[in-house]
Design a protein around this ligand. Structure first.
Ligand code: DGL
Length: 248
């Protein structure tokens, strides 16, 4: 297997930085090329054809770099376009949904645990998490599309009254849960607020999940201390760099 040194990371916007954060914590790549399609975010309300077309365009972009692996740090793209990308890519392409479902299985042994799957409309409508988790034997699954969190994060609003009201809007009446899948890479930036709302539950985070998956399936190891990151965006790359500076 090729040694994984240089990774491409793709998201519709700034959300994929939550995946970069997990990668940096574990030091598994020497270099990262980050590409956010900020001109066209959000992807979540778009249909499969559009998301696939945008993802294939991103793949063209990554052909300019000699990457060893492409990480789709976007659940919406992972839900709809991963097979198409794999058909044409000359390097491995990994999405975040399967790793997220595996992370949940590793964390929650009780098959009757109440598990809330959140994500964009694309991710929730695809039922990808639900199907994998049902195959794993989980019986108590709830799905809620929570798309309003995406523009909040893109606007740098990670806590406070507005986030609290959106939490209320989506989750009022859900009751106690045992685990929550943050099925959108924008959501971990709101982690503090999720914890405030739900208390002590297992939070499944796409970034941590994919790092675990890369270690197990691609023999990635903690080897690099100062990962070099280059940022590219289809619009306003300075904003992306600012968020990265604050968040990473
Ligand atoms: N961060 C993305 C995801 O994981 C996409 C959010 C969006 O563009 O709607 O689904």
């Amino acid at each position: 297997m090729t040694k994984m040194v240089k990774a491409g990371v793709f998201d519709s916007g700034v959300g994929g930085l939550s995946v970069v954060k997990s990668i940096l914590k574990e030091g598994i790549f020497k270099e990262i090329i980050y590409y956010g399609d900020t001109a066209r975010v959000p992807y979540g309300p778009k249909d499969k054809n559009t998301i696939t077309r945008y993802a294939l365009e991103a793949l063209e972009f990554f052909k300019n770099f000699d990457i060893d692996i492409l990480i789709i740090a976007c659940n919406s793209v992972s839900a709809f376009a991963i097979e198409e990308l794999r058909k044409v890519a000359s390097f491995p392409v990994v999405g975040v949904i399967e790793p997220g479902a595996i992370a949940l299985r590793n964390n929650i042994k009780n098959k009757d645990a109440k598990i809330l799957i959140t994500g964009t409309k694309a991710t929730i409508n695809s039922k990808r998490y639900k199907k994998i988790l049902e195959n794993f034997g989980y019986r108590n699954l709830l799905q809620v599309a929570t798309p309003l969190f995406v523009p909040l994060v893109e606007e740098d609003i990670f806590e406070g009254k507005v986030v609290d009201s959106v939490m209320e809007h989506y989750f009022n009446g859900i009751g106690n849960i045992d685990a929550l899948i943050l099925g959108c890479t924008h959501f971990p930036l709101l982690e503090k607020e999720y914890k405030k709302f739900f208390g002590k539950i297992a939070l499944i985070h796409s970034g941590d999940a994919i790092v675990e998956y890369l270690k197990n399936s691609f023999h990635c190891k903690k080897s690099f201390q100062n990962t070099k990151i280059s940022y590219y965006a289809t619009e306003n790359p300075d904003h992306l760099k600012d968020v990265a500076k604050k968040w990473l």
